[in-house]
Structure formats: C-alpha cells, structure tokens
Design a protein. Structure first.
Length: 449
C-alpha cells in the first residue's frame, strides 16, 4: 500500500491495525486480472467451515443477501457481547463488519487501478482505505474505553455516570476549542485593524508635521523684526568659520581688516572681527530689493542645502551662487582648500555638501527670507550709515562688546563718530530695526559740532 502512505498520513496506530487486520482477515494474494470488469471470487460465508469461529474478511466478498453455503441458506449468528443492550452491541458488530468489507473492497479497487495505472482511481481508492482505517481506529478506541469500564465495575451505574461526564467534558472541550478559534480570528482581525489605524496615524502625524513646518514658516515671517534679527545673527555666525579659516591659512588679519576699512581706531584688537562681519553684510545686502515673494519652499526644509539639491535652478539657488562668488575671492578659496573646487561647482549650478558651503547657505537662506517677507503696504526700506556720521541712538546702536567700554565716557556730554557700519537698518511702517555701527573712541564736544 505504498500509494496510501504518499497521499495521506494516517494516524500512528493505523499501520498496526492494518497489520492485525491482515492477520485476522487472512488476505489472499490478489494478482493482476485480465480486465478491469473482472473481480476476484470469494468463498461464501459458511459457519460450518469456521468451527463456529468469528467470520473472516474473505467471508464478506461475494456472499448473497441470504448468505448461501453449499446450497443451504445460512444466517449469521448473533455475537453475544456483554453490553448494556444486546441490540446496541449487534448494531456495533454489524458496523464493524461493514467497515471491514468496505476496506477490503477498496483494497481490491486499489490493485485494479494499478492494471492500467489510473492515477485518479488510485487516489480515490487510497482515500477510501485511509478513511476506513481511521474508522477502525475509532472503533478500537471506543472498544478499549468500554472494555476498561467493564474491567473496573462491570459497567456499573457509577461507571456509566463517569462515562457520561467524560462525554460531556469532551463535548465541552470541543466547544472550547471552537470558541478559541473564533477568538483567535477576532484577535487577528483586531490586530489587522490596529495595524491599519497605526499606519493611518503615522500618515496623519506626517501631514501634521508638514503643516506645522508651513505654519512655522508663516509664524516666522509674521514678525519682520524677528526675521531681521535672525538674518543679522546668521551673518555674525558665518563670520566665525570664515575668520577661523583665515587664521588657519596664515592670513594677516590686521592687514586684511585694514584692507576692508582703513585707519580705524579700535578699542580692542579683538574688535577687528566686526570688520569681517561688516564685509559679509555689505556683500549679502548689496543690490537686493525688498520685494515680497513666497519663501515657504525654502523654510519647509530642515536643512537649506536640501532646498538647493531639490531645486538647483530656483531663485534661491541663483542668489546663493551670486553671493558666494562675491564673498569668497578665488585667492581666499585657494588658501583655504588648496583648489577652486567650491567655486567651480557653484559656478556650474551645483552645490557641494561641505561644512563651509553649508554654513554659507544657512546664512544666505535668512537673508533670502528677509527680502521676501516684506509687504507692499507699508513698503519696507533698508538704510545705511556713512562713515564719519555722528552717532544717533534714534536709528543706530553700537555693537555689544563696545558697550562695556562706553562707560568711561560721559555719554550726555560726549558725542561719538561712526567708524563703519556693521549691519544696515530696516524700517517697515512703524517698525524700526536700528543699524549696528562701530564707533571711534575719539569724541568731539558740542562746541565743535
């Protein structure tokens, strides 16, 4: 029965039952038949030949309805089984014999199917054999269970009650298993629903974060004064790496500062850093026009370099290219990096992701945002202060570090001269952002004004 083992895996004790079944039924060797319609002949059921023993498997092959043997009618004897009901035991034995007969017939059909090797018939016969073997296993288990009760107390009322309780428990167990499957299906459905909701929440969170970015941009541009202060601070921050590279490259800072603004009287040598900040501000604000335009495409990026990569031909990209080439002189770049790669990249509309260039882009973004966040009514204005002008706190303010040294003078009795403007001033409506200037320590009295 090789085909049986391949098609379906019977229970572990089916092979044992099949072996015992073969011994009990005394299977005869069934050969290959001349044609598919011919069936093997079986010996009729004859109790006289069996010495009143139990009927064998061969006795159920071709027996007639009346069970003839040697011309005489033979009726199968009733098997006496010690059960609670003789009628019930007779039915169970008949069911056992019917199962054995069906198994034998299926086995015959399985061998017939091998004559022309019909795979469909082989499979069908195999399934019938497996089904009948499983039925025999169930009968055996029921018989063993009943036999155990017979040994204990001859199927007493207590044993019957216990059997009934076991049956009830088994039924309850099957019910619990069914409920478990239902609950598992509900859990799987809820888990899928949770995953869908979690995905939807992530999408909503991303949309909310994007909207917050846009709102942040709207809030940033809502205060013109705040934008000016941020832009001026960005210029101050960019001057630090620029000065650091100049020092590392061996530049003479005193000579460079004099080249930017000559003959300046500094209170401290460290104040020369404001000359470089003034140089950057002069280059960044030169030629710009305060005209309103959409800046959301720039402020929506966490890193402004990403905005340049996303839109390399945008107005902001052109602004960065123009201002970088204006601020960083070729000789300066060669002394910094030993080559002109930055300048070459920027000249061809590309934007390198170096630390120096990214620092420049961060500063350029806020200057770009500043000139685009102005309004048409009232019109924004930018103003500067010439060197040598008298200091006026109405529209000027001196640099922070200068304030520490101003205490040595009597500001009410003295007036000061502007040495150079660090950052320009801005005015929009009634909002005024003062120009930051560096003052000379020289003073002149009211009599000489």
């Amino acid at each position: 029965m090789e085909c049986v083992a391949k098609s379906s895996k019977p229970p572990s004790n089916i092979s044992e039952i099949a072996s015992k079944f073969a011994k009990v039924c005394r299977f005869r060797s069934i050969g290959v038949f001349p044609s598919e319609n011919q069936l093997p002949h079986h010996r009729p059921l004859c109790p006289s030949n069996r010495n009143n023993g139990p009927p064998l498997a061969d006795d159920f092959g071709d027996a007639t309805e009346e069970g003839q043997c040697d011309g005489e009618k033979v009726y199968p004897k009733s098997v006496e089984v010690q059960t609670k009901s003789n009628e019930c035991g007779h039915v169970e034995i008949c069911f056992l014999f019917d199962t054995v007969s069906a198994l034998k017939l299926a086995y015959v059909q399985l061998q017939q199917a091998h004559i022309s090797y019909d795979l469909d018939e082989i499979t069908a016969a195999n399934e019938v054999i497996v089904s009948q073997l499983e039925t025999l296993c169930k009968i055996k288990r029921a018989y063993n269970k009943e036999k155990q009760f017979e040994k204990s107390n001859s199927i007493s009322a207590c044993s019957a009650l216990l059997l009934a309780e076991i049956q009830v428990s088994e039924g309850l167990l099957e019910k619990l298993k069914s409920q478990k499957k239902v609950k598992e299906a509900e859990v799987a459905s809820l888990r899928q629903e949770f995953q869908d909701l979690d995905l939807k929440n992530r999408k909503l969170a991303e949309a909310l974060r994007q909207r917050e970015k846009e709102n942040d941009g709207a809030l940033i541009v809502s205060s013109f004064r705040d934008i000016v202060e941020i832009a001026l601070k960005a210029i101050h921050d960019f001057s630090k790496p620029l000065i650091a590279l100049m020092k590392a490259s061996g530049w003479d800072l005193d000579q460079t500062a004099n080249a930017i603004e000559d003959s300046v009287l500094y209170l401290k040598r460290s104040h020369k850093k404001y000359v470089f900040e003034a140089y950057i501000a002069r280059k960044m604000f030169y030629g710009i026009s305060l005209q309103p335009y959409n800046v959301h495409n720039i402020v929506r990026f966490d890193e402004p370099i990403d905005a340049l990569i996303a839109e390399p031909n945008s107005s902001f990209a052109k602004f960065c290219r123009t201002k970088y080439l204006s601020i960083v002189h070729p000789k300066m770049e060669v002394s910094f990096f030993g080559n002109l790669d930055h300048r070459t990249f920027v000249s061809h509309g590309k934007h390198p992701r170096t630390q120096f260039y990214q620092a420049f882009v961060k500063m350029a973004r806020w200057v770009w945002v500043l000139q685009g966040t102005t309004s048409t009514e009232p019109k924004a204005e930018m103003f500067g202060v010439k060197r040598g002008s008298e200091f006026s706190d109405a529209y000027m303010e001196y640099v922070e570090e200068y304030k520490e040294d101003m205490g040595v003078y009597d500001e009410e009795q003295s007036r000061f001269r502007v040495e150079f403007m660090v950052t320009p001033g801005f005015k929009i409506g009634e909002t005024l952002v003062k120009s930051r200037v560096y003052l000379s320590k020289m003073r002149f009295s009211n009599s000489t004004c």
